[in-house]
Write a protein of this length. Structure first.
Lengths: 81, 142
């Protein structure tokens, strides 16, 4: 399946990009996807802070299973306002 | 009105968005850039958003305020990009029949925004820069 990945703030700086499209075989949870990304991108591996996930612009819990063409956002602690 | 803007916030526009004939009170809040934070001298703040989701979450907060406080209308506008000392990064307006609901709804809205809306600020201070995170001190850039 195809996934669009979005990175923000400190995570965007570590990833070196705000957006990435990947192909992989499902099924996979967001948490497992994150672990795979950390394995493939060492600078993401060194991020140990809190992280939330959003799929198609809604927060999801770590065990959410991803569907084809999902937009997955990796959300470090927010600091609006 | 639930918007992300890249230009100076005009509070009058935010107020206009919540005017209602049946409202006897409009409470407003502006978050502004402060010149110091936990001992650091702040030069400016820079905001980044996930705009589509930020608008959805701000609209969600608006619905919560209307439901939990009986408010008539809610508007939230957040600025992205550089916000200089003294400038507003966020504006909130809440209208209600009476002032208790307007004040309380407005307070609730900014507290909730700081919990859930996908917007981040980077603090440029004398000596460096740091992404502000859940910890009061922020996550050091590395």
């Amino acid at each position: 399946m195809t996934l669009k990945l979005l990175f923000f703030a400190s995570l965007r700086e570590r990833a070196g990009t705000s957006e990435m499209t990947i192909e992989l075989d499902g099924p996979i949870t967001v948490e497992a996807l994150w672990r795979r990304l950390q394995r493939d991108h060492p600078r993401l591996a060194s991020y140990s802070g809190p992280l939330r996930f959003a799929v198609d612009q809604s927060y999801v819990d770590n065990q959410e299973t991803l569907q084809d063409n999902a937009e997955v956002a990796f959300i470090p602690p927010v600091s609006g306002g | 009105m639930f918007e992300i803007v890249a230009a100076p916030i005009v509070l009058e526009h935010v107020i206009r968005a919540v005017r209602r004939d049946d409202a006897g009170a409009i409470a407003t809040f502006l978050g502004t850039t402060r010149d110091r934070n936990v001992g650091r001298r702040v030069i400016r703040l820079e905001y980044e958003a996930y705009p589509e989701m930020a608008r959805l979450e701000m609209a969600r907060i608006g619905a919560e305020v209307r439901e939990n406080f009986g408010a008539a209308a809610v508007a939230i506008v957040h600025r992205i990009g550089v916000v200089e000392i003294g400038e507003a990064s966020v504006a909130i307006a809440v209208s209600a029949a009476h002032r208790d609901a307007a004040f309380a709804g407005c307070r609730y809205a900014i507290d909730r925004l700081k919990e859930i809306v996908p917007i981040w600020k980077k603090e440029h201070y004398v000596g460096g820069e740091i992404w502000i995170g859940a910890q009061s001190g922020g996550l050091a850039a590395s």
